[in-house]
Design a protein around this ligand. Structure first.
Ligand code: DGL
Length: 361
């Protein structure tokens, strides 16, 4: 036995160590992990419920970013992760001011050589809006991935931890570079421009109907099968670095029996733009047209969108946009059309230029 002959056991030990070192050198140095910063803003992913079966009626925005990171030790296998608590809010309370703070922080971080990607944890209610806003103002090709959860962190089978793990590995991946702002939920990769929340509570609430998601995250790897066509991030013409306040743009919702009250109220409150989320292909009720014309005459830019959710909003289809001097939203839903109109108004009030922007982004 080796222990009966110490000299032989030392030789055996050195031999084992030598071959282990050789093997390690043969594999080469461990690949350098990307540096990913997690910017936490709140939401259900940071939420807690009264019990493990509480999946509705919980409190959003209670768990801090460090605890979110500690809850998923596997993050360290896919990236060098650091965390910042930018806000701690339920995302129905997200505002233009929050967006400017967040976007400016993102651009400062991405300009740093030691930051390779960013993950933003966020409530799901307005996640698609924040994603699209960032898609229009982030000045980098580096990945920016938004992630949330449909169940609070305290729930059985909470989706937050795996969603966060997937979002971090996506932000750390080479494949995500230059793809625009992405949303990682439910093992799927969605594009900021088209993704939307289509269910109040199920795990698969984030979809890209008709135009399709971009790919999957499976087995700790990102798989892309398509990419976006419209301009974004590093191609953007919008610069918010010196913007202190975004122009007020509001949305009126179309429905049977609709009247001019909402349009008039928003204009009285100082709106610089009105998005009309019309029925069908953005149809305008006869009772609303005079109010929209008056808004335009006061200098507000009017964008015709649809409440329907899918399809192209045809210019000069349900209304004579050339004559009314209105803009059409193309395939953007009303909440995203509002975002693009706000940013457009930081550059111009020329409706032909704004219509170009709606066909560009
Ligand atoms: N209050 C909602 C929000 O913060 C909860 C929904 C969620 O985050 O999933 O968006």
């Amino acid at each position: 036995m080796l222990y009966k002959n110490p000299a032989r056991s030392m030789i055996a030990l050195f031999a084992i160590l030598f071959f282990m070192t050789q093997a390690a050198q043969a594999e080469g140095p461990a690949p350098k992990l990307a540096n990913v910063t997690i910017l936490a803003t709140g939401g259900t992913i940071a939420g807690t419920g009264a019990s493990s079966t509480t999946t509705v009626g919980y409190t959003a925005a209670t768990v801090g970013v460090q605890r979110l990171i500690q809850a998923v030790p596997e993050l360290a296998k896919v990236a060098n992760v650091s965390g910042e608590q930018v806000f701690q809010i339920a995302s129905e309370n997200m505002s233009n001011e929050h967006w400017l703070i967040l976007a400016k922080r993102v651009n400062v971080l991405l300009a740093q050589a030691n930051v390779d990607g960013i993950v933003i944890t966020h409530g799901t209610d307005t996640l698609e809006e924040t994603a699209y806003f960032l898609n229009l103002v982030v000045k980098s090709r580096k990945p920016v991935v938004l992630v949330g959860a449909m169940r609070p962190s305290t729930a059985i089978s909470a989706d937050g931890p795996i969603n966060l793990y997937n979002a971090v590995l996506l932000a750390a991946s080479q494949e995500a570079i230059g793809k625009g702002v992405l949303v990682a939920m439910n093992d799927q990769i969605q594009a900021a421009r088209e993704v939307t929340k289509v269910n109040t509570s199920t795990l698969d609430a984030f979809r890209t109907p008709e135009l399709g998601m971009l790919g999957y995250i499976q087995g700790s790897k990102a798989f892309f099968y398509r990419q976006v066509v419209r301009k974004h991030t590093f191609e953007t013409e919008f610069d918010i670095s010196k913007v202190a306040v975004l122009p007020q743009v509001d949305i009126v919702y179309g429905y049977a029996n609709m009247g001019p009250v909402a349009v008039d109220a928003f204009m009285a409150a100082g709106a610089k733009g009105i998005v009309h989320a019309g029925v069908g292909d953005g149809s305008l009720a006869a009772k609303v047209v005079p109010a929209l014309k008056a808004a335009r005459a006061k200098g507000a830019v009017v964008v015709r969108a649809s409440r329907v959710g899918q399809g192209i909003l045809a210019r000069n289809g349900e209304a004579n946009d050339d004559e009314l001097d209105f803009v059409v939203a193309d395939t953007l839903n009303a909440q995203k059309a509002r975002i693009l109109l706000m940013l457009a108004l930081t550059k111009t009030s020329d409706t032909k230029e704004i219509q170009r922007m709606f066909y560009t982004y």
